[in-house]
Design a protein around this ligand. Sequence first.
Ligand code: PRX
Length: 686
Amino acid sequence: MPAMEEKEELRHVAKGEVQTLGESLNAEEQDLFEASPAFKSSALLSYDQYIAMYNRSLQDPDAFWSEIASEFYWETRWPEENGKVHFENFDVRKGPVKVEWFKGGKTNICYNALDRHVHAGKGDQIAFYWEGNSPGLDASLTYNQLLQQVCQLANFLKDKGVKKGDAVAIYLPMLMELPIAMLACARIGAVHSVIFAGFSAESLAQRVLDCKPKVIITCNAVCRGPKIINLKDIVDEALSISLAHGVSVDSCLTYANEVAMSREKTAWQDGRDIWYQDVISDYATTCDIEWVDAEDPLFLLYTSGSTGKPKGVLHTTGGYMVYTATTFKYAFDYREGDIYWCTADCGWITGHSYVTYGPLLNCAKVVLFEGVPNYPDAGRCWEIVDKYHVSIFYTAPTAIRSLMRAGLEPVKRHSRKSLRVLGSVGEPINPSAWKWYYEVVGDKRCPISDTWWQTETGGFMITPLPGAWPLKPGSATYPFFGVQPALVDENGKEIEGVCNGYLCIKGSWPSTFRTLYGDHARYETTYFAPFKGYYFSGDGCHRDADGYYWLTGRVDDVINVSGHRIGTAEVESALVSHPQCAEAAVVAVDHEVTGQAIYAFVTLKLGVQYSEELRTGLKNAVRHEIGAFAQPAKIHWAPALPKTRSGKIMRRILRKIASKELENLGDISTLADPHVVQELIDLTDV
Ligand code: PRX
């Protein structure tokens, strides 16, 4: 059974990793950073208040979350049977894993993110400041304007026959039309499936085939840094692949991004393709709300796992709404007047929860950025911070590390005095990057919220609350309300106190993902079967003497490159799609800027010679199958791969060879052919 193999591999890989966790953490565990007395005295919560709220969230989650949920608009309040507002079974031994929050309640997240604020008289407030790829190109929308544009698109979708529960694919860069499209779907109860606009046609097709959208929303092209990317060609190719597999998408709504490409140059299919600007303004600027059940699906977001096929993570409406809004508010110490900027793309979960829903539910002013942090130069982020007076800035360690390399000048030439709170997400932040972020970017004034969470968790799980307790560089610190982390050993036994273990979560929280689209069995085997009674995150973790949590990275076959989650199996299958590749094994190596990098061992078909051209061809195969962001940093020729007698690839050995830790290869006697190891070492620089 593939699921069993997945689990065994995971345990096997994890075993070696967990033993080395935390070895060098001791000095850093002592390193405490306190917020200033002024910050602390005005912070939303003190430590004591957090403890009181946290305890209550565990003792009486129903009452705790009901109270918070009551701050939102519900067309029909959820029924409370004997005070219970949620149901969960997290234990595969007790039957199907099932989670429900506020079921029976009827609401709409778009209504809560937009109409609610407009009705409260805040319609003229800015919702989005949009900053284009090139400096000088910008725009903004108030809540009123955003609502009108969302309604127009929602009306278009309805006109095209999109109904409650139907999927809509969105393949857009960071234009305002991206969150507009998400909100338009939510308004009519359609399920959005945003596909990051860096995915290739093959990947897009795979997702279209899985969720079968009636409509796809895209644009013709986008400028990213100095490059222009022709997205429409990618969509056309993806839709013809889908069609060949029996899935046809009726409408392709295409935003004409004429800064990047003229309409005339855009490939076009009459009858299917529609220019966004040609039709949208004809639709009414109001649109009735579709009231949906709290447990009706809100979106699908595909993510990578240990096996080849991407997983469609499904989030529902009510719990996700309540949790993303609450985590946003507390983890960023958000208050009215803050200008918030998260550099993530809406193609990933961070852009769903903390560019779109969490901030808008709080009526925040949000900066949307189309470009990249180092274009036209390494001062761009700080220029944008000064331009919009950004007070909360949220980014990924990889961006911090790459900006760090450019030195102090690009930072110091901008004042950054509006900054109040900083955030980090996507991968463990190394203490030196943390300190640079704190000292240089934040001038030692801004607490850093290092937020640990996942596509599956929907919202922050372990995160500092600014000013509530001292920070330690590299630690995500304490769990958010309602979250019960558990570190377990390889037998699934929970370990107490100071320890290293597999990070699991006990019980549900409102934004727990409810299933993997179309594959509930995989949901259970991947996340709930490895450690019975717990949700298993796939991450290793250390807990120190102060109870702080230190995330140490994935313990399964998932690689984190620049905060992008990539499955080794996906890259391997892309490599073997190359006609001259016989076999491939992919591992992660540490990388100074991207955190990890992809390192591929490739065995060629008999008689094929190594060449640089072939290396490029193999890398291109990955770009073609997945996207440029998944391209291996290194192709290492492998006459054969180290395998056990039962044919299993020993990745532990490959990881050591890739990171040149040759003195500590471990036991190689169980290999079918131990000579393979030396052959591989000899080919390191070939
Ligand atoms: O390994 C953890 C890492 O990113 C993984 C989740 O990836 P994804 O679902 O793409 O979501 C990324 C944005 C939430 C986790 O399993 N990760 C995320 N945040 C952190 C982190 N690792 C350490 N510290 C973090 N703050």
